[in-house]
Design a protein around this ligand. Structure first.
Ligand SMILES: [Zn+2]
Ligand SMILES: [Zn+2]
Length: 273
């Protein structure tokens, strides 16, 4: 029988170089204390429309320099890997120094060109839907049509938080996730992404921040990934050292219950071989 899947690290983390609370060293120390084999960093690339939570180009170089030094310093204790969280609004290649790329949609592009933040706040989400004409399903369709283009627009190694637009939608208060149009929108996006073979992540970030009780992607979406034997990795989108392992065991249990095909970094990242 194959070895049971174990949580050995986390590839989706943020530090004080972008909008995280802890330094890379503090994050690494926590990962070592957890007994993990690796920690990957995925600082936010600069989105000029909304720079507050991102790394400036200068900060990004300092981020990679810092992680290069820490990788050497901690080599006998843990593997440190420097990636990036890329954003589809840019449509540019990822920075060459990034060992891996998480491709994410953080903004829905409205017809007038406005970039509407999908994970800022419940009030922003209400405003976004109004901006798009008032139909939450139109908003969702626009979001998932962008998700379908993540491979071309971000050149990712992992698809980030597939249904981020539901961050403030616990119990369906804003968007009817049971609606056939909603299901069609995410199924079309998922079916466009699956043939790439690029892993999806189970992302517990909205649980640790108190917005949701289940991770991204939703249970119906995870069932679809399981049915198609799509590779999936568990990440926490940690913005603090304390949150590094938030809900990983619950996510693992959910993945097992649904029959999700879990992978490890060695299975798809060249920098781990
Ligand atoms: Zn993100
Ligand atoms: Zn993130």
């Amino acid at each position: 029988m194959a070895d049971p899947y174990r949580i050995r690290g986390n590839l989706h983390t943020h530090t004080t170089f972008c909008d995280g609370k802890n330094t890379p060293r503090e994050m690494i120390e926590r990962a070592v204390a957890l007994g993990w084999a690796y920690i990957g960093f995925s600082g936010h690339i600069l989105t000029p429309n909304d720079p507050g939570y991102c790394m400036s180009p200068a900060a990004m170089e300092a981020y990679f320099d810092t992680l290069d030094a820490l990788r050497v310093e901690y080599a006998d204790r843990i593997r440190v890997v420097a990636g990036i969280e890329h954003d589809d609004s840019l449509g540019t290649p990822p920075p060459p120094r990034a060992a891996y790329v998480i491709g994410s949609v953080h903004y829905v592009r409205a017809e007038d060109g406005a970039l509407l933040s999908v994970d800022h706040s419940p009030a922003t989400t209400e405003r976004n839907i109004a901006h798009m004409g008032g139909d939450p399903l139109t908003y969702a369709e626009a979001y998932f049509s962008q998700v379908a283009l993540l491979p071309q627009r971000t050149q990712p190694h992992i698809f980030g938080h597939f249904d981020l637009l539901t961050k403030f939608n616990e119990r369906g208060v804003v968007i009817d996730e049971e609606h056939p149009r909603y299901r069609r929108a995410w199924l079309d996006a998922m079916d466009a992404l699956i043939p790439t073979g690029i892993p999806f992540e189970i992302n517990t970030g909205a649980i640790s921040r108190g917005w949701r009780t289940t991770p991204y992607p939703s249970v119906p979406q995870l069932r679809h990934l399981a049915a198609h034997h799509v590779p999936v990795i568990i990440n926490t989108d940690a913005h603090s050292a304390a949150g590094l392992d938030c809900y990983v065991n619950e996510a693992l249990a959910l993945a097992h219950t649904l029959g999700v095909h879990l992978v490890q970094p060695e299975d798809f990242l060249a920098c781990f071989r």
